[in-house]
Design a protein around this ligand. Structure first.
Ligand SMILES: Cc1ncc(COP(=O)(O)O)c(C=O)c1O
Length: 407
């Protein structure tokens, strides 16, 4: 696409930057564009793209439950009973008995007093952080936290709260930041439970200890942790056995729970406050009946079949070992995310394309999402990947890694 900026738009036009942004078009022209590929069919570990069957090694469908017959059936039945949407916010006409059931089940599952559903996980972080952290309060966030946490912190800042950050998983730095604040201000420390890019599990006990020392509350984002780590897949606070000290845990239905939506668990009084004050609840339609029913069915399966969590762990462990044995540089962790470092951006796009052509779909992560020269093939696994899928992924990585001189 040829764009003549000089004749079309002036730099002081709001849209100038949109017309000047041609990087994605260039990568598309080179045939290397790794994003927005439409999936035509999805069985979980195998998807169809451009008429070809491809092994999916980049989904967050951790237990593979989007394809589970019980989950699908629950969603279909919910549509038959309640229709396709709620057409209102939880506050007004959008509360179903399904929402209440799901909130009660999630609170019980994670050992909290109460739970509140939001329409997405992104919206949960926006709604929780900006509603709790008000004018004059402080929110302190890990530098590698998910974009939705950053968005929540910025929204709080727009309401005249203070937004500070500490170096990634550096609790001395967290201590330094907290010790520099006035003693009598309200504080919230926010961290990913499993960091979404690197898959590392946060070391929660020292974080909680420091937060307690400075009288700060703690919110953990367990989007990539529930169904993945901790006994029975109960996430980060359970993994470290410190749920009683973890004030709030939020998560999403878009990963293990095989649907769309988000939730936060915490003390009943806090959940009640959020329910009556969070614009993200009051002014946004509630999660659809199909999503709630699918998430409830997924929770049933998670509770009834802890062996799925074990299978997921085994699959991810097998891949970590497999990549290392082949000579790849990976980020070590205990989650279902296995990042394989390939280097610069160009190499990442070529690597991605070659994997795709050889029947493997992963996520290409490039700067600014990752540090310079740390572009990665972010792979992630499902409990429903079989050995044949995993071996094929390793075989293709080995072939492409050798071709590009990475191993
Ligand atoms: C760590 C983390 N938090 C929150 C979210 C947002 O969840 P959702 O997809 O439900 O908006 C995501 C999803 O990408 C995530 O990775």
């Amino acid at each position: 696409m040829e764009i003549n900026l000089s004749t079309k738009l002036k730099e002081n036009d709001l849209f100038y930057k949109c017309y000047a942004f041609t990087r994605a078009d260039e990568v598309k022209r080179m045939g290397l564009y790794p994003y927005f590929h439409p999936i035509e069919e999805n069985e979980g570990p195998v998807v169809q793209i451009d008429g070809r069957k491809i092994i999916m090694a980049g989904s967050n469908n951790y237990l593979g439950l989007t394809a589970h017959p019980k989950v699908k059936e629950a969603a279909i039945k919910a549509i038959q009973k309640y229709g396709t949407g709620c057409s209102g916010s939880r506050y007004l006409t959008g509360t179903l008995d399904l929402h209440i059931q799901l909130e009660e089940r999630l609170a019980k599952f994670l050992n909290y007093e109460a739970c509140l559903l939001f329409s997405t996980g992104f919206q949960t972080n926006l709604g929780v952080i900006s509603t709790l952290v008000q004018k004059g309060d402080y929110v302190i966030s890990d530098k590698e936290n998910h974009a939705s946490i950053v968005a929540g912190c910025l929204l709080a800042k727009g309401g005249y709260a203070e937004f500070l950050r500490y170096r990634h998983s550096d609790f001395e730095d967290l201590d330094r930041v907290l010790s520099s604040l006035p003693e009598d201000v309200n504080k919230l420390v926010v961290t990913d439970g499993v960091f979404s890019v690197t898959g590392e599990v946060v070391e929660l006990p020292p974080l909680l200890e420091i937060a307690k020392k400075y009288n700060a509350r703690v919110l953990v984002d367990d989007a990539h942790a529930i169904g993945v780590i901790g006994p029975g897949g109960k996430g980060t606070a359970h993994y470290w056995n410190c749920v009683e000290d973890t004030d709030l845990t939020m998560s999403t239905f878009s990963k293990t729970f095989a649907a769309l939506g988000g939730f936060v668990c915490g003390p009943e009084r806090v959940v009640n406050y959020l329910k009556h004050h969070s614009p993200a609840i009051i002014f946004s339609a509630s999660p659809t009946p199909a999503s709630c029913a699918a998430a409830l069915a997924a929770l049933d399966i998670l509770e009834e079949c802890p062996e799925l969590v074990e299978k997921l762990r085994k699959n991810a462990d097998k891949m970590r070992k497999g990549f290392k044995d082949l000579g790849f540089n990976i980020v070590e962790n205990e989650s279902a995310i296995v990042p394989v470092i390939v280097g610069d951006v160009e190499k990442a796009f070529i690597f991605w394309r070659k994997l795709f052509d050889n029947g493997v779909f992963v996520n290409a992560f490039i700067p600014p999402g990752v540090p310079p020269n740390m572009s990665m093939m972010r792979t992630s696994y499902m409990a429903t990947h079989e050995d044949e899928h995993l071996e094929k992924i390793l075989e293709v990585f080995a072939k492409v890694g050798k071709e590009l001189g990475i191993i």
